[in-house]
Write a protein that binds this ligand. Structure first.
Ligand SMILES: [Ca+2]
Ligand SMILES: [Ca+2]
Length: 239
């Protein structure tokens, strides 16, 4: 019998076995991380696309109204000369006001993308609040006839509401709000921190007109930094 035949009968040595196991473990971890990476980049792309859709809708509103949509119901009342538009609570008020403003039929509206509004995965009312039906109807905000007076939010792919801030209000220290997450946790948007974090670190400029952001995959408010997804060019990306 040849030397080769004897080696084949003895099978794998311990070292060979360990190398094979090591390679299998390595391949599995590569696969795991690439799957996870693919999922999180798909979610990030969805969040970016939702914000882009809102940006387009918002620009149509600005073209007709001459200002960015207000970030609180009191200012939307003033802009639209609608009485009694009081916030039932301070939860999610920025994004609720944006959605409401974009749903109005006045001045050529509604501006809100129909597909986005029909998407249960992206449209929600986590804090189950609404405006008075008489304010919602003709002579008031004039929402579409078959439409609910609920104060809807737009959600990111992780189920948390997007945050909407009107920059003119932010500069005046107006628009205090809290955000109710999918988990039920309530996060306060601190205006002083927002004034600091939303400014460009070099030029000191705020995003023009408004700011929309998602807390990102970690669900933590980084005020548009970190893994947050933003309607403006992220400052980490600015050269
Ligand atoms: Ca709501
Ligand atoms: Ca975050």
């Amino acid at each position: 019998m040849t030397a080769r035949g004897r080696n084949a009968r003895h099978g794998f040595t311990l070292v060979e076995l360990l190398i094979v196991i090591g390679i299998i473990v390595l391949l599995m971890s590569v696969l795991f991380f690439s799957f996870r990476g693919a999922f999180s980049s798909r979610d990030e792309a969805r969040a970016t696309a939702t914000i882009e859709t809102l940006r387009g809708n918002l620009e149509s509103f600005e073209a007709r109204w001459g200002v960015s949509p207000p970030g609180n119901l009191k200012d939307l009342s003033a802009l639209t000369r609608t009485m009694n538009l009081m916030p039932p609570n301070d939860l999610n008020e920025g994004i609720e006001t944006l959605v409401l403003a974009l749903r109005m039929q006045r001045e050529g509206g509604p501006y809100l993308d129909g597909e986005l509004f029909a998407d249960d995965g992206r449209r929600s009312n986590l804090d189950a609040d609404n405006v008075l039906p008489e304010v919602a109807g003709p002579g008031g905000l004039d929402l579409p006839e078959d439409s609910s007076p609920e104060l809807f939010e737009v959600l990111d792919p992780w189920g948390n509401p997007l945050v909407y801030v009107n920059i003119a209000e932010l500069r005046q220290g107006v628009g205090q709000q809290s955000v109710q997450l999918a988990s039920g946790e309530v996060v306060v948007i601190d205006l002083t921190t927002a004034q600091e974090k939303l400014r460009h670190p070099v030029t000191g400029q705020f995003p023009a007109g408004y700011a929309i952001w998602s807390f990102g995959e970690d669900g933590v408010n980084d005020y548009g930094r970190g893994d947050d997804i933003t309607s403006w060019a992220k400052y980490e990306d600015v050269k």
